[in-house]
Write a protein that binds this ligand. Structure first.
Ligand SMILES: Nc1ncnc2c1ncn2[C@@H]1O[C@H](COP(=O)(O)OP(=O)(O)O)[C@@H](O)[C@H]1O
Ligand SMILES: CC(=O)OP(=O)(O)O
Ligand SMILES: [Mg+2]
Length: 408
């Protein structure tokens, strides 16, 4: 059975097509610059050279249509017909308190996702566009949603409540939700396998450092705390997001700079982080390159970024009263040995001994980057959110075939 996994962003859409009998990826790709001039579709089949098509793609419905055309393309396609797609699974960043697990999509699920637009303004509206675009192109195919927040629903109230009047939690559900949960779920299990230990006895800090970045304390296999909050803005410094700051800065700046609420939100989500401090880029590769060329702002941005991660690792080791392993994952975490080294250099008090040669190895496999006698292990474990989304989607469709057939 073939399952198509979609991760829709506001101007991009990533896809992977799985054959669930083998869990092989038949094809994958992304559409970028949706709604802008010259959109780009990049499509890849079984490590063959990528196919790039530049055209005008004005909305997500057209983007999905282009993806389906590519999947059934005479030369680059892998399917005889789009009828061969039996289910579609979507990543949805915010599921609020309504969803602690993945579900098949129906009208009420769509309504709930819409209600959460305010809480994940960069993500949920885009996911909804992806869901509608699949409905337009594949009206009879069941769809499932897998939430970034679901895995964190195990956090205790002492982790998820903010110290503000509790009426705000009761009325508006203002609390910490946490994100990247699908990644934490996958990476925590893989880490336990790698360490050859039971997840139920491990104290892990996982650092999901991608475009969006967060850390989580995973205690006995469950999320105990995480750095992102009610929205994906809190916590670590990110590509364009500020992460933690004194909340008083927001009204102060609005007042001094005569900003609207939208402008303040946009400043913190889109014009802060690595981009703001380096003045160069939100992409860690470009920041490191500039730092190596002697740019002082890039160096400061890099050091601040690493310092925040180190502070969270220390805090979570204290929160769990111990630590077995630190795990790096996602785009920056998996690929940037310099960043991992910078984070770990301040953690020798925990008995961490990084082995430089291991840290420098480039690989897509899980690996240990500390010495064999390091008290706490540091691992690099590549995440695979798409595989978990495909598995959940497949399971839901198999378990509830009647619901799947009337899900829309
Ligand atoms: N070799 C590398 N060194 C440093 N950063 C990298 C490297 N390769 C990728 N990245 C970073 O990974 C980020 C993307 O991470 P990813 O987890 O794919 O993010 P997202 O899923 O949020 O788009 C990019 O912004 C880039 O900065
Ligand atoms: C929740 C979040 O920040 O997601 P991403 O890393 O994909 O931006
Ligand atoms: Mg991501």
């Amino acid at each position: 059975m073939n399952v198509l996994v979609i991760n829709a962003g506001s101007s991009s859409l990533k896809y992977q097509l799985y054959d669930m009998t083998t869990e092989n990826v038949l094809a994958k790709g992304r559409v970028e610059r949706i709604g802008m001039d010259s959109s780009i579709l990049t499509h890849e089949v079984d490590r063959q050279p990528e196919v790039r098509e530049v055209s005008e793609i004005l909305d997500h419905t057209t983007a999905i249509k282009k993806v389906l055309d590519m999947l059934t393309h005479r030369k680059f396609g892998v399917l005889g017909s789009i009828q061969d797609i039996k289910a579609v699974g979507h990543r949805v960043v915010h599921g609020g308190e309504s969803f602690s697990e993945s579900v098949l999509i129906d009208q009420s699920v769509k309504l709930e996702i819409r209600k959460l637009f305010d809480l994940a303004p960069l993500h949920n509206p885009a996911h909804m566009m992806g869901i509608s675009a699949v409905e337009d192109n594949l009206p009879d195919v069941p769809q499932a949603v897998v939430f970034d927040t679901a895995f964190h629903q195990t956090m205790p109230p002492s982790s998820y409540l903010y110290a503000i009047p509790t009426v705000l939690y009761r009325k508006h559900k203002i609390r910490r939700y946490g994100f990247h949960g699908t990644s934490y779920d996958y990476v925590s299990k893989r880490s336990a396998e790698f360490l050859g230990r039971s997840l139920s006895e491990l104290k892990l800090v996982i650092c999901h450092i991608g475009n969006g970045a967060s850390c989580a304390a995973i205690l006995n296999g469950k999320s105990f705390d995480t750095s992102m909050g009610m929205t994906p803005l809190e916590g670590l410094m990110m590509g364009t997001r500020s992460g933690d700051l004194d909340p008083a800065i927001v009204p102060f700046t609005i007042n001094k700079e005569d900003l609207t609420l939208n402008e303040a939100n946009s400043m913190l989500n889109k014009h802060s982080g690595l981009l703001a401090i380096s003045g160069i880029s939100s992409d860690m590769r470009e920041v490191v390159e500039a730092m190596n060329e002697g740019n002082a702002n890039a160096k400061l941005a890099f050091e601040m970024y690493a310092y925040r991660i180190r502070k969270y690792i220390g805090a979570y080791a204290a929160a769990m009263n111990g630590l077995d392993a630190i795990v790096f994952t996602a785009g920056v975490g998996e690929n940037s040995d310099v960043l991992r080294k910078e984070v770990c250099k301040g953690l020798t008090f925990l008995g961490i001994r990084l082995e430089e040669a291991r840290n420098a190895i480039r690989s897509s496999e899980s690996r240990r980057i500390t010495t064999d006698d390091s008290q706490v292990s540091v691992l690099v474990v590549p995440t695979n959110e798409e595989l978990l989304i495909a598995r959940d989607t497949y399971r839901l469709v198999i378990e509830q075939p009647e619901a799947a057939s009337i899900s829309q």
